[in-house]
Design a protein around this ligand. Structure first.
Ligand SMILES: Cc1cc2nc3c(=O)[nH]c(=O)nc-3n(C[C@H](O)[C@H](O)[C@H](O)COP(=O)(O)O)c2cc1C
Length: 338
């Protein structure tokens, strides 16, 4: 009997495949299908800082003007009602999800500045979320703000949310820090129980016909897994926080690789957006079949087995790899002839 269970931030999960945040999670019926397909846990779609701030700004304006004093105030009230469906609706959604399914629910809070909005982490916990994932999606586009300033702000934010909740706290980050390993340690020290590697950054494209900038969202490709595997393998054993992969997990083999690098869970979104929620069961069946064939009995047995500290050739994770990889490249027939 193969044991697919894993432990993530102190929570026992029946499988290492976790559904990462996406709008699929807005429907309770989808959560039920994810549970039925074998997901170990589910991260809900994010509640965004801007949604919360918008709500509280409208509330302040409404309180200032008085609901009955002017038609404008009535509009504020109507707006407030709409915005309330944002944050308040999110908390109700957590409650509904907890009633509907038994696998752990991780609520997602998405923002980068310190402020009152982080109190929603506590309300998410009170609504029944088993853990909180704080997504630090940010683009450092202001030349006047230094990397050190940005990084300190993010570490302080993690500390602020940590101080707000008792529930386990995961922090979802991008890879664009000058020293990722150092930032991982600082998030760890600020109280993150898990680091989720990495956010994908969505860049706009240019439409040459209309000469407009267009928003694009391409689903991930499996090769996007590689930088995540590399960094999990490097960080494993160097931080207390559990490690999770998000980005490029499309099949059972990807899940196994994540485990061997040292991750506790492998998260997936694009694969199920492409192939359907039931693809989770296929990923698990593929992982189980490989384990049977290679005589592994549990996920725990393989976790970290290919981490940087565990392998004989650590240079594969270091600068030495760079020269070797480049010089070993072989041209296709006919290409590069003089
Ligand atoms: C349509 C869509 C919506 C998403 N919404 C969120 C979100 O609300 N919060 C979040 O943290 N990540 C969100 N993500 C990112 C995913 O959770 C995930 O990290 C990313 O897609 C990489 O994983 P994948 O390669 O398995 O898709 C979204 C992704 C997609 C494709």
């Amino acid at each position: 009997m193969i044991d697919l269970s894993t432990r993530y931030m102190g929570i026992e999960l029946r499988s290492p495949v976790v559904v990462s945040a996406s709008p699929l999670q807005k429907e309770i019926a989808n959560l039920e299908r994810m549970e039925a397909a074998g997901a170990g846990a589910i991260v809900l779609h994010s509640l965004f800082e801007v949604q919360i701030q918008l709500e509280s700004r409208n509330l302040d304006r409404w309180l200032e003007h008085g609901a009955e004093s002017s038609p404008e105030a009535r509009t504020y009230l109507a707006d407030l009602k709409d915005y309330n469906l944002g944050p308040e609706g999110y908390l109700e959604h957590i409650e509904r999800a907890k009633r509907a399914i038994r696998v752990p629910i991780i609520a997602s809070l998405n923002g980068v500045s310190q402020g009152g909005w982080t109190r929603y982490a506590r309300w998410m916990e009170q609504a029944g979320a088993d853990a909180i994932e704080l997504n630090l999606y940010d683009l450092a586009a202001d030349p006047a703000v230094s990397g050190a300033e940005i990084e300190q702000r993010l570490v302080d934010l993690v500390g602020e949310v940590r101080a707000t909740v008792r529930a386990p706290l995961a922090v979802k980050i991008g890879s664009s820090f000058s020293s990722l390993a150092n930032m991982a340690r600082r998030f760890d020290q600020a109280g993150a129980n898990a680091l989720v590697l990495f956010n994908r950054f969505y860049q706009p494209d240019f439409d040459l016909e209309t000469l407009e900038v267009v928003r694009t969202l391409h689903l991930s490709r499996p090769e996007e897994l590689l930088p995540r595997l590399c960094w999990v393998a490097i960080l494993y054993g160097q931080v207390r926080a559990d490690l999770a992969v998000t980005g490029g997990v499309h099949g059972g083999a990807d899940v196994l690789k994540c485990m061997m690098a040292g991750a506790r869970i492998a998260m997936t979104t694009s694969a199920i957006l492409e192939r359907g929620i039931e693809h989770i069961a296929t990923m698990l069946a593929e992982a189980r079949a490989w384990m049977e064939e290679h005589e592994y009995h549990s996920i725990a047995e393989m976790q970290g087995s290919l981490a940087r500290w565990a392998v004989a050739d650590r240079s594969a994770f270091e600068r030495g790899n760079y020269m070797q990889v480049l010089s070993a490249y072989t041209f296709k027939a006919g290409v590069g002839k003089t």
